[in-house]
Design a protein around this ligand. Structure first.
Ligand code: SF4
Ligand code: SF4
Ligand SMILES: [Zn+2]
Length: 535
């Protein structure tokens, strides 16, 4: 009898080597109820990467939750070297920008071991207003009316012109503005929060909130931020500023706190949702050996930043002695096992279901614009009760009726579905049909008058693609993009692997040359065969 392989072969994948980043062909296979990516680099050997631990859910993402891709108004780069060397957005990208990050500084009052931007107190670079304006204009140029723009950093709240930048963003046709923050300034400066409250319309704080415990905070952030988090939430509640908690999850470190975080979030009037981001293998540790940890003045200039030297704006925050994180374990890839240490979207989804009573499996569904990377669930908070909503909307409405964006509730058919749901079950008096658009976090929801913005609660799992899990098919669909200082819009995942700071020179140039050599060789061989055959 013929021997069989120990897996089911599902697909061919175009991936990269996680050591040298060259492009490789790989295989997606199903084995032991899990999905793995298999690849082999001629120089660095084989890799077997866990992609998902739920084959059915994975197949639903690949085969059911798919839609025609939505295009931006303009693309920014031609296809020359092939994906992912042409970002972007190049004309081959398969999704517009649902969420765009505008990084306004490299400076941060923390120096987290897991920071993908390698920010810290030593990086005293703040983009000028003119540079930020150019970046905001780039998003509007591409999108017309951008869905969600997130001011990010570094720590954006310590930018000396922070409120001018907020005003600048609000003066543009951006539907929803967010500020991605570690919450230190919010916790420490009441006047700052008062000013935030003045701009809170169409605005949301995207608040880092990883753990209630010391050890995970030390490992992820290098500082005991427990008190800071409490104070920040207290203030945001007091001023009722819409807030989304953002949890960086590491397997075995803080993934037991998922349910506790959701329960806590549901108790906070200002909190509209929680986003779980399983840790990816990108960050300051990932860069060891690929270039300087902190960019030189020349590199900063090239990246379009200005330097403003001075003392850190905020005091030290309970770091153990200093900002050196070497005493704390990190998520570095030196002892990282891609088979056992990866925390995948499907595992996070399962833990949500295990650790809370709020959601059922049919509530936590793939987001059609990028189902590999995004899962979402909605609930309604009302009179101390939490009612999950997603499973109550027919799936065909969610898949077929909605535009291809994270903000798919803006589609009339989904809006109508939600309205009916509210009207029938929870708000009969609003049957007359007066809908009031109330801004929510990400995404927005249209709800009847009697339901306020504060009733909406949303859980998102957002998994980024790293060098281990890299898949050209998936990365082409990413809808979370970063504005490069030169005006290109680059997928978050490829930005951190190939385009951030010096990487385009230290890593990408070599790979592009290799791609050119392959193209030249193909051209030469096709010309030779033409010469031989006369065709
Ligand atoms: S990730 Fe998108 S923008 Fe970048 S090269 Fe690939 S298709 Fe083009
Ligand atoms: S707070 Fe954010 S920007 Fe600052 S070091 Fe940590 S991850 Fe990086
Ligand atoms: Zn390699």
């Amino acid at each position: 009898m013929a021997k069989t392989r120990p897996y089911l072969f599902y697909d061919v994948t175009l991936t990269i080597c996680s050591t040298c980043y060259r492009k490789l062909e790989g295989k997606t296979v199903f084995q032991d109820d899990k999905v793995f990516l298999l690849k082999r680099c001629p120089d660095h050997g084989s890799e077997r990467v866990l992609i998902a631990d739920d084959i059915d859910y994975y197949r639903r993402c690949r085969e059911i939750f798919i839609k025609p891709p939505e295009m931006p108004l303009v693309y920014n780069t031609p296809v020359k070297w092939g994906c992912p060397y042409d970002c972007g957005l190049c004309t081959d990208h398969e999704q517009h920008s649902c969420l765009t990050l505008v990084e306004i500084c490299d400076y941060c009052n923390l120096r987290c071991p897991v920071c993908y931007a390698e920010s810290g107190p030593e990086r005293r670079q703040f983009r000028t207003l003119a540079q930020v304006e150019k970046m905001l204009d780039a998003v509007v140029r591409n999108e017309g009316h951008p869905d969600v723009v997130q001011l990010s950093g570094g720590e954006p709240t310590v930018h000396p012109n922070f409120f001018e930048i907020v005003e600048m963003a609000k003066a543009r046709p951006i539907k929803h503005l967010m500020v991605n923050t570690n919450g230190v300034r919010i916790a420490q400066e009441e006047d700052f929060v008062k000013r935030l409250a003045e701009v809170k319309e169409d605005f949301e704080v995207y608040l880092q909130f990883d753990s209630f415990e010391l050890e995970p905070l030390m490992q992820l952030r290098g500082a005991d931020l427990r008190r800071i988090r409490e104070q920040a939430i207290e203030r945001l509640n007091r001023y009722n500023i819409s807030t989304n908690l953002v949890v960086t999850l590491k397997k075995g470190l803080n993934d037991h706190e998922i349910g506790k975080t959701i329960d806590y979030a549901l108790q906070q009037p200002c909190v509209r949702g929680v986003t779980f981001q399983p840790i990816q293998d990108a960050g300051r540790i990932d860069r060891v050996g690929t270039g300087p940890l902190v960019g030189s003045a020349e590199q900063s200039e090239a990246a379009g930043t200005v330097q403003q030297w001075g003392a850190p704006l905020l005091p030290d925050l309970g770091r153990s002695g200093n900002s050196d994180t070497r005493n704390h374990p990190t998520n570095g890839d030196r002892d990282f096992n891609p088979v056992t240490d990866r925390l995948t979207l499907t595992e996070v989804r399962r833990k949500i279901l295990e650790q809370t009573n709020v959601f059922k499996p049919e509530d936590v569904i793939p987001v059609p614009c990028h189902p590999d990377s995004l899962a979402m669930a909605y609930a309604l908070k009302q009179n101390g009760k939490v009612i999950p909503l997603t499973s109550m909307i027919p799936p065909e409405v969610l898949i077929n009726g909605a535009a291809n964006t994270i903000l798919y509730e803006q589609e009339p058919v989904v809006r109508e579905g939600l309205f009916k749901l509210f009207a029938t079950n929870h708000s009969p008096r609003s049957q007359a049909g007066t809908l009031r658009e109330l801004l929510c976090c990400l995404p927005r929801v249209f709800v009847p008058d009697s339901i306020t913005y504060e009733n909406i609660f949303r859980v998102i799992v957002m998994q980024f693609i790293d060098a281990h899990s890299f898949d050209v098919r998936s990365v082409k669909k990413t809808c979370v993009h970063i504005v490069h200082p030169d005006g290109r819009l680059i997928p978050f995942d490829t930005y951190n692997l190939f385009y951030r700071d010096p990487l385009e020179q230290t890593r990408l140039v070599r790979l592009r040359r290799q791609a050119e050599a392959v193209l030249d060789a193909r051209l030469w061989s096709s010309r030779s065969s033409q010469a031989i055959t006369g065709v």
